[in-house]
Write a protein that binds this ligand. Sequence first.
Ligand code: SF4
Length: 130
Amino acid sequence: MLHPIESSAPGAVAARRSPSGAVPQQHDHLDDNPWHTGAACRSDEAGLFFAPSKEPTAARLAREEQAKRVCARCPVLLECREHALAQPEPYGVWGGLTAAERRVVLSRRRRRDGELREVRRVGVERRIAG
Ligand code: SF4
């Protein structure tokens, strides 16, 4: 059985959704990224990182916690997390974060970037006004 980290190309998760909308059961990772070779989830059970269809909430929370425990001992957690944020990966646990948690991180980053742009803009205006 292929593990999440070995199943296919990055970014192909959504494309692999079934017509019924079911999400994949494995990470998409069959590319040249060197960080994949160190992934802790290469040797873990497939299916831990993605929700089966119609998964009850309590089961999802328990499964996500299990996946996060694997991520917590993973030597490439940060690389994986940044990959998932950059894609962005819409489903599954990546880099110790669920999809909802990644959306929060991305939202915070966008807000921070907006604030930094505003600080720079005000600084430039003050220099010009001089
Ligand atoms: S951080 Fe988690 S999902 Fe990412 S490679 Fe490591 S074990 Fe797999």
